[in-house]
Design a protein around this ligand. Structure first.
Ligand SMILES: *Cc1c(COP(=O)(O)O)cnc(C)c1O
Length: 415
């Protein structure tokens, strides 16, 4: 992809961050001020879960569900809106599936004072309107994708007037709008290096809080992976220790329905499903891969952020995949023990933490576990309802087992 095209796509400051070799990039004062609405987020110890599992492990979690939009995504949305505003960008355009990223960017636009247009997957726009109402309440323009405002949208609809839409159609429409409006830039919810950089506030705060809590060094860092922004945000601040030999297991948890890190290949691929955007080397299931509909909408992405893919490729990051019923049973157990209803994405991390803590009990082994509580599930209660009534199905995805070399899935808990 040409530099010219990149310059038209995203604010220059963010492209510079993508390539930056600086050791520290400080948080601009205005962004730090806005973070104070909900940051620092609490670090909790899940004592009730430890008791329930009768485990010698200490389980901590960083509670990003406290953000007003409900997840960690606001950390990057605010930074992106700030840099865009600094450069005189009039409007940020983005795509959203179920609406987590769209609602974060909508709120960031309202707080920073920049227009936000969101192309939302048509099926969610009509059938899960809660987050659409949230985005509109924050003042964003939300359009169903495919829709009639772009040539691409009209073409998708002429092929199929009932087209349910996908991330692919939403990105395509958003990019078309950015290309035709010199005042607009495209905003990415995950994937890019700058997004992971913004998210490191999670791990930087958690390190200081663990020290204040007198916790010993962490043995396990656990996070769900869609693209890897909450994982990178939590874990990158520990990377120097790990590379210097600290015994820290870093574990990414994904759905079996979209097993990017456990079943994907490390190769060049497109970030967007149409194969129009930038191409990068990372773990991918192929940009044309369409994951089956599962309730953890934020984890239905074919590729990992390039930094996360590299860590996996280098054998630094472990990975494991779970089916959605075992994920929801972990989420429901956590809710009963703590009162906090985790987002289905977050429940993936909790599932893995439970298995690690059980293994610690079997082995009478002490360990300190920290996981990323990436978001709350109060706008996902429909999914919990389906789980509670036994309607939730496990969707096995690909039998695909390519011959490409890849690190084995995390063995410790599956043995
Ligand atoms: C979007 C989302 C994720 C997955 O995205 P990452 O980029 O992998 O962090 C996880 N949890 C929640 C609550 C989300 O909204």
């Amino acid at each position: 992809m040409s530099d010219e095209y990149q310059r038209r796509l995203a604010p220059a400051a963010l492209l510079a961050q993508d390539r930056s070799l600086e050791r520290w990039v400080s948080i601009p004062d205005q962004v730090a001020g806005l973070y104070r609405i909900w940051r620092p987020t609490p670090l909790y110890r899940a004592r009730a879960l430890e008791r329930e599992l009768d485990t010698p492990a200490e389980i901590y979690f960083k509670y990003e569900g406290q953000s007003p939009s409900g997840s960690h995504k606001l950390n990057s949305a605010l930074a992106q809106a700030y840099y865009a505003k600094q450069e005189g960008v009039g409007r940020l355009v983005t795509d959203t599936g179920a609406g987590q990223w769209g609602s974060a960017l909508a709120l960031a636009g309202a707080l920073i004072g920049i227009e936000v247009t969101v192309y939302m997957v048509r099926a969610s726009y009509h059938h899960k309107p809660g987050r659409r109402h949230l985005m509109e309440t924050y003042g964003a323009t939300v359009l169903p994708s495919p829709g009639t405002t772009t040539a691409a949208g009209r073409s998708f609809l002429s092929q199929d007037p009932e087209h349910p839409g996908s991330e692919a159609t939403a990105v395509t429409e958003a990019l078309e709008v950015v290309r035709s409006d010199p005042d607009a830039r495209f905003s990415m919810g995950a994937f890019a290096n700058h997004v992971l950089l913004h998210q490191t506030v999670i791990g930087l705060e958690a390190r200081e809080q663990l020290a204040l809590a007198g916790a010993s060094d962490v043995d396990y860092l656990v996070a769900s992976v869609g693209c890897g922004s909450n994982l990178g945000g939590l874990m990158l601040p520990w990377m120097a220790d790990k590379l210097r030999g600290a015994q820290i297991t870093m574990l990414g948890v994904e759905p079996t329905a979209c097993p990017t890190l456990t079943q994907g290949e490390y190769r060049w691929d497109y970030a967007d499903a149409m194969g129009q955007g930038p191409s990068t080397r990372t773990y991918t299931l192929g940009h044309e891969f369409v994951p089956p509909p599962i309730h953890a909408g934020g984890l239905r992405y074919h590729g990992a952020a390039p930094l996360v893919g590299l860590l996996r490729h280098e054998g630094i990051l472990d990975a494991i995949a779970y089916r959605q019923t075992e994920v929801f049973s972990a989420g429901a157990l956590f809710a009963r023990l703590t009162g906090l209803v985790p987002a289905p994405e977050t429940a993936h991390a909790i599932r893995a933490v439970i298995d690690i803590a059980r293994r610690c009990r079997e082995q009478s082994r002490k360990a300190t576990i920290l996981f990323s509580y990436s978001g709350h599930g109060l706008l996902d209660l429909g999914a919990y309802g389906r789980f509670n009534s036994g309607e939730l199905q496990d969707v096995e995805s690909l039998e695909q087992s390519t011959d490409s070399p890849r690190p084995p899935a995390f063995q410790e808990v599956s043995a």
